[in-house]
Design a binder for this molecule. Sequence first.
Ligand SMILES: Cc1ncc(C[n+]2csc(CCOP(=O)(O)OP(=O)(O)O)c2C)c(N)n1
Ligand SMILES: [Mg+2]
Length: 795
Amino acid sequence: MQDTGITEQQLADELSFEAFRQTVISDYTIAFQSRQASLLGRKEVLTGKAKFGIFGDGKEVPQVAMAKFFKPGDFYAGYYRDQTFALATGSATLGQFFSQLYADPNPEHDPHSAGRQMNCHFCTPFIDEHDNFIDFTKTKNLSSGLAPTAGHLPRALGLAYASKIYRHAPVLEIMTSFSNHGNEVCFCTIGDASTSEGHFWETMNAAAVSQVPLAVFVWDDGYGISVPKEFQTVKASISDALSGFEKSRGTNGMLIYKVKGWDYAQLCEVFEEGISIARKEHIPVLFHVDELTQPQGHSTSGSHERYKSPERLQWERQWDCLAQMRTWIIENGLASTEEIETLEDSSRIYVNECRLTNWKLYDNPIQEQKQKTLALIGEVVARIGDVHLNAICQELSDNSLPFRRDIMVALHRTILLASDKFLTAPILSYYQQLQEENKVLYNSKLYVDNALKPLPPELPVPTFSEDSGLINGYEILNRYFDELFESNPTVVAFGEDLGKIGDVNQGFAGLQQKYGSERIFDTGIRELTIIGQGVGMSMRGLRPIAEIQYLDYLLYGLQVMSDDAATLHYRSAGKQIAPLIVRSRGHRLEGIWHSGSPMGLMINALKGFHFCVPRSMVQAVGFYNTLLEGKTPGVVVECLNGYRLKEKLPTNLLAYKLPLGMPETVREGNAITIVSYGSTLRIVLEAAAVLAITGVEAEVIDIQTLIPFDTNHHIVKSLEKTNRILFVDEDVPGGATSFMFSEVMDKQGGYRWLDTSPRILCSQPHRPGYGSDGDYFSKPNTEDIVAMVMEMMAE
Ligand SMILES: Cc1ncc(C[n+]2csc(CCOP(=O)(O)OP(=O)(O)O)c2C)c(N)n1
Ligand SMILES: [Mg+2]
């Protein structure tokens, strides 16, 4: 080495100082650009280019700090303030930020949601173009965000919990593209006010009990829209409120740090320590990031001057994290004021360029549609000179910021009003072309592609040997789960009383001892996070069976199923899946809260799920096999009163699969079609036997799945023969019977085959009274069915 008078140590120090300096400048640049994006974003809304905006201004500095410790393999579940984190981790670009703000439906422009989500809801691909999981260990993985506050916390628990399972279950060691020995942390963010939600507390408790690598960052800006934290959180401090959760020697619990959100150096130090412990030891950690601000207020929907005092506003200006970081950089000699100003000037230009570029990407295709539409309508006007058509043209021509819908309106009106069908033929064909295109843009990807197609009818069916004896329904499930856990290492099952005693009806009896408590385990009484746990785990390649002990308690978990799991594939425009299976038991048993059959509620809340309602445990096994073959989330409702009914044990428990959306005719007849499912189906069969004595042969159809519903229109074929139809179940009036009715009458055109008015028989509108008589007088029974059929036969 040439003698420069500088020692190697000095050189190394200088180099490392320079590297540090560069890192800080780079972080500041990202934070500054993010702020510019927020400022410009708000303007885009005010000038009408975007409908609504919610931004991460005031939260930039903790997010560049947090991003430093987010490694390939890690997962993120957060909320709408995290644009800086998304930019700093390379998960989003500024252009994409603007595309999402404009609701650009092109997935190349907004790969996070293809314009389906409000802005600042980020997501990275979890599956490839063939719907197979990617290698998660090589990428930084952002699970798709949600707008319902704290709605993502239960999923975050599951994403973190998967690390625990991957670390401890030896059978999963082969899953090397899913986990590196469970070293992945789930980073989860939440606003201070949203910690008031039960979701937060349930998740914190579950994480602290379970000891999973979950890192929760609370962005505390003192407000939830206008309501200050004094009204949100006990002692107005989430870290104080959680102090009892803190881990001490020999206990479980979590680490709790409190740190000021404008203190870049301190944030880096605290995050580094907490994350490394979470990663290594699987201890959850909470970072209470205090003293943050909201320079532009909550969203574009209002101004914070309405509820913040002048003193508070002044304080926010002074302690704005970006301003503080800037001062810190200059005071510590990391950059001069001039250097910072130069960087800021070029950043302003750059962000504005990104805005413009992505505005054009969004707007150009619509302008092209507008021009083409004007030309097409113009041709007709030139020929027939219609005043109404002229007005349509004028209106569209004057619209400088058209939406796709404005084009459709103009085309539709023209087709409707122009009398000459020959002249409007090109307009009609363009209209139909756009309809198809818009369907793909706005109505695709609710289900994983092809998953709604029923499986082919030549599927393996249950087979029985000569000596297949009759055993209890629960024993069939127990033998099935035994074989399943032996054959498929990715399956895990959990719920209340599911581990040690093997569930309240013994479906898992003895299996925890055999397959280990990493894969079959008890949880606390916390349905919301049982579901969330299933969602997060299934997103990471496991096949969780999340058990809700009784269907009546599904309501506790329904929000996560509906808002998160059911919307995931749609809202990520096909980039993510959550193929969890929710197992529960329902329909009639005893009393108000152990007899629930809220099928209508579920049908409406769970579009995006498959929903199976097997009449027996043999059928239930077939649906578990089918769901495990697919990639769509599913629910299986076993019959609560079916566990001790005797069924024949199939010899091919793992092999047979029941098709989805294919009803089965379980009794043939030509007098009337009776449609039902689940526990009520057995009562319908009893009624059919009674009716047969009177000479009325009823055809009984088990619909088997409510979603999808009778995709081949099997029911209407029966109606064509019988000309009478009755729908029976034990849901409340207006529930699943009404759904089945409308499917058959409306979608299948069943009204064409009716000789008498179609009927519905369901439960009373109240919950069932307790005991056998409570059941008899609250839900449809054999006599009710027979009486109604006789009435219909007499018409
Ligand atoms: C379940 C639910 N309730 C209400 C809202 C409306 N809302 C959106 S954000 C918000 C305030 C959230 O405040 P905080 O958690 O402190 O986050 P911040 O916006 O301050 O970062 C409210 C009430 C919602 N999105 N979801
Ligand atoms: Mg807040």
